[in-house]
Design a binder for this molecule. Structure first.
Ligand code: NAG
Ligand code: NAG
Ligand code: NAG
Ligand code: NAG
Ligand code: NAG
Ligand code: NAG
Ligand code: NAG
Ligand code: NAG
Ligand code: NAG
Ligand code: NAG
Ligand code: NAG
Ligand code: NAG
Length: 739
């Protein structure tokens, strides 16, 4: 047990040590630019391999000394100080000593301080691109030579100036300062001053001249260089190109032992200045290609400048992968990652939504406009039908029980004019039963189309009708002018009409002479009222039994004196009046088309006949003469056999005298010539007189008779199944005789 445990712990220690070692190695290769154990820096200057301090730390020819000088350590090659070393570019910035020529006015002698640089057999070359041969002075001609031979001139530069005035700082253009390019590939440089140019003429302000190869961009001409001697033996920066010399890449690769580019992911580049080559890390790697494992992968994702990746960045060996974030696609390298929807689809969706919104807005506007239009139409209708006039009149005459109904009110009252609410059809239109909000039951007459004149005068007519107030006339409660064809609202008469009472659809109901007389009288009074008391006079125009309604107490209520029954006032109105019912029509009216009050008298005469005979005004059987009740009556009267026509229920009434008088009255009413007919008022008076003749006898029978009458009538209605004409029997007990 124990030994086993021991072996495990030692293994762990070993593995841990291995890990640490590897971490260290990794650290070393990843950050170090120099060989292990060598100085990476001398003073401020980084020393990357193949450069190195000491022979064992550097490649042959790249050995530097790190010397303490003037307070800091500086790398030196002999007397050349290295200011900067660039691995990738194969360059180094070094110092160069300035050569000097001075004139001694005291003894007229000229002194020279000339310097040279021998880079032969070293990895360095003067950089022809970054350096310039520069002379400074006011009477100066200096040469750059490639050997110690005086006349091996390579290049020369002249700088002149008469005074200080023409000099300017930073400008090296021949006045006090001259710069010229140097050829490529030089290994040696020496400065020569031309003996014929000396400062003997300018020594008052410029005693010395200077010349050196300097880095163009690092050198700024300063007028103080002319006037002071501070450039004497000074050191100016110069750039040298270095390379692993004397073999180009293809040659070097063949000798793997001396091949300098030892790192993985490194490439060889031929030197641009002289024979030799440089090493570079491959694309996507950085570091020192001259060291084993010196080239390290670049984490492009850590540096946004290196990887224009707008999406998710994944670093790879020597590169990186860029992908759009989940749920998007596009070109992440160009920064065009879209969400799942391509821009075109988004555009389409956007347009669709906009269109939808526009559509909704337009719909709303349309609805609003339509509503306004409807209100306008309603107002127009109202105005056209003289609504304002009517309204004003109603306001003026307080206490007038006439109401202007809105279309909506009537719609609600009739359950939107449901067909179950229809209680009658006619030539004029349809009558609906309606229940107003206050539970008031009304009859609503919805006329068919009316003509222009009627339209215009409707309000006026309504006003007149509203003032018609007679207990035997169906009361007009109000109207609705908002609609194209105005609607009239009448009081609701519950018990059917005289036509139903008399003819009863086959069933015979007993009606005493008194009852008939009462109904006739009441109807006559109503008509007389219309003809004479109303102002202007109103002609009913369609008097018939069906238009005489009966209420719970069998009281007659004349209805349906149309919307056009006002007495015509001018000729144009005559033709337009087409009204009346066959069998009741005044024969004279048919000829003249002139509706007069006597036309109503004729029609009333027919109603009287109906009451007497129990026969319909027009029958579609028998001979031609027998078809019309009036003509068969008239001929029967002529032949003295009138009693044959009488209703069975009153045929044997002992009151023959009264019956005859009624018949005479009817005959007078049916006179062919209108003028000869009695007025409605006269008819009413006559009927009143006849009724009073036997008032007392009637009173005795009254109650019992009416009760049985109503019983019969109601049972008849139930059979007809109209449902509207309910009958309250309790009310009958309080029935009062007509007058
Ligand atoms: C350089 O290395 C050689 C052999 O490896 C050794 O003999 C010599 O002392 C070293 N020189 C220096 C300066 O370290
Ligand atoms: C040392 O520094 C002084 C002033 O900083 C300077 O005058 C002198 O030339 C420097 N010497 C060298 C060898 O650089
Ligand atoms: C470094 O300094 C030593 C002693 O000062 C000298 O012998 C040697 O040549 C120098 N080497 C270089 C490369 O400057
Ligand atoms: C060397 O040159 C590089 C780039 O030109 C610069 O960033 C660096 O500061 C220089 N170093 C010194 C010591 O001049
Ligand atoms: C010029 O020459 C004289 C005599 O030889 C000498 O004393 C003097 O120092 C020289 N001047 C300069 C600036 O070198
Ligand atoms: C200086 O130059 C003049 C001509 O420019 C010449 O005559 C003279 O000899 C020169 N002096 C010296 C010392 O070279
Ligand atoms: C430069 O130095 C090399 C050896 O390092 C020598 O052979 C050559 O002659 C020198 N050139 C001159 C001009 O002094
Ligand atoms: C140099 O200075 C003189 C004297 O001031 C002047 O006449 C001349 O125009 C100047 N030359 C240039 C090129 O500026
Ligand atoms: C150049 O600069 C120096 C020092 O800043 C100044 O004294 C001199 O007047 C300047 N020269 C010109 C021509 O501006
Ligand atoms: C130099 O200056 C002196 C006096 O300051 C003057 O006498 C002499 O002529 C000047 N020489 C030149 C060449 O300008
Ligand atoms: C010229 O040199 C002086 C002294 O070194 C310096 O103070 C001045 O700033 C320089 N002028 C320019 C324009 O470089
Ligand atoms: C120049 O000056 C004269 C006298 O002052 C000397 O005699 C010469 O030797 C001197 N020449 C040189 C080159 O310095």
């Amino acid at each position: 047990m124990e030994s086993k445990e021991n072996s495990i712990s030692t293994k762990i220690v070993f593995l841990w040590g291995l890990l640490l070692f590897q971490l260290q190695a990794l650290q070393l290769t990843s950050t170090s630019v120099a060989l292990p154990g060598c100085l990476e820096q001398c003073g401020d200057v980084e020393i990357p391999y193949p450069f190195g301090i000491g022979r064992n730390c550097s490649m042959k020819g790249f050995t530097l000394n790190c010397t303490f000088s003037n307070g800091t350590y500086k790398p030196f090659l002999n007397n050349i100080e290295f200011l900067n070393i660039s691995l990738s570019l194969g360059r180094a910035r070094v110092t160069n000593t300035v050569s000097t020529q001075c004139y001694n006015a005291t003894n007229g002698n000229v002194t020279y301080d000339n310097w040279h640089k021998n880079l032969t057999a070293s990895p360095y070359r003067f950089s022809s691109t970054l350096n310039k041969f520069t002379t400074i002075g006011c009477m100066t001609l200096a040469y750059l030579t490639v050997s110690d031979m005086v006349n091996s001139y390579l290049s020369g530069c002249v700088s002149m100036c008469r005074s200080m005035e023409n000099l300017s700082n930073g400008s090296c253009t021949g006045i006090g300062c001259c710069q010229t390019a140097i050829p490529q590939g030089i290994e040696y440089s020496r400065v020569h001053f031309d003996k014929n140019f000396n400062s003997s003429t300018t020594y008052n302000f410029s005693r010395c001249s200077y010349a050196a190869v300097v880095e163009e961009h690092a050198f700024k001409f300063n007028t103080s260089y002319i006037t002071t001697g501070k450039l004497y033996r000074s050191k100016l920066p110069m750039v040298v190109d270095w390379a692993v010399r004397n073999k180009n890449c293809s040659e070097a690769r063949q000798d793997m032992i001396s091949y300098a580019c030892v790192s993985d992911h490194s490439t060889c580049v031929d030197s641009a200045n002289g024979p030799g080559y440089l090493c570079n890390c491959s694309e996507g790697f950085q570091g020192n290609p001259y060291l084993p494992h010196g080239c390290q992968d670049i984490d492009e994702c850590a540096n946004k400048d290196r990887s224009p990746c707008s999406g998710d960045c994944h670093n790879t060996q020597g590169g990186y992968r860029c992908s759009c974030p989940r749920g998007t696609h596009g070109d992440p390298y160009k920064g065009t990652c879209y969400s799942k929807l391509p821009p075109a689809a988004k555009l389409v969706i956007g347009i669709c939504i906009s269109l939808l919104i526009i559509l909704i807005i337009m719909l709303c506007i349309h609805i609003i406009l339509e509503r306004r239009k409807l209100i306008k139409v309603k107002e127009e209708n109202f105005q056209q039908h003289g609504g304002w006039l009517l309204l004003e009149e109603i306001r003026n005459r307080q206490g007038l029980a006439f109401k202007m109904f809105t279309e909506k009110e009537l719609e609600q009252a009739t359950n939107k004019f449901h067909k179950n609410n229809i209680i009658g059809h006619g030539s004029y239109g349809t009558v609906y039963k309606g229940i107003l909000k206050d539970n008031h039951v009304v009859a609503i007459k919805r006329a068919k189309i009316i003509n222009e004149r009627q339209k215009k005068e409707f309000g006026k007519e309504m006003l007149i009708l509203s003032q018609v107030n007679h207990r035997n006339i169906v009361k007009l409660l109000g109207c609705c002018l908002e609609v194209e064809v105005p609607m009239l609202v009448y009081e609701y008469i519950s018990n059917g009409n005289l036509f139903q009472l008399i003819h009863g659809n086959g069933r015979r109901i007993y009606k005493s002479l008194e009852t008939r007389l009462k109904i006739a009288l009441e109807s006559a009074e109503a008509l007389a009222y219309l003809h004479s008391s109303a102002s202007p006079p109103i002609i009913h125009g369609d008097v018939k039994s069906a238009n005489i309604l009966l209420d719970d107490h069998l009281m007659a209520k004349v209805s349906d004196f149309g919307a056009s029954m006002l007495a015509p006032r001018d000729e144009t109105q005559f033709v337009t009046l087409v009204q009346g019912t066959c069998g009741y029509l005044d024969p004279e009216y048919l000829q003249t088309c002139l509706l007069i009050d006597k036309s109503d008298v004729y029609s009333f005469g027919v109603v009287l006949l109906e009451l007497l005979t129990g026969k319909k005004a027009l029958r579609f059987e028998g001979t031609e003469r027998e078809m019309s009740l009036s003509s068969s009556f008239l001929s029967a009267m002529k032949e003295g056999r009138f009693s044959e026509l009488l209703d069975d229920q009153i045929k044997y009434d002992e009151d023959v005298e009264r019956i005859n008088e009624i018949a005479v009255l009817a005959k007078a009413c049916l006179n062919v010539k209108g003028e000869d007919r009695p007025s409605m008022k006269e008819v009413a008076e006559e009927l009143d007189r006849l009724k009073k003749m036997k008032q007392h006898t009637w009173e005795q029978h009254n109650h019992a008779e009416i009760e049985s009458l109503l019983d019969n009538l109601s049972s008849y209605r139930e059979e007809e199944n109209t449902g509207f004409y309910s009958l309250e029997k309790k009310a009958m007990l309080s029935i009062e005789p007509g007058r």
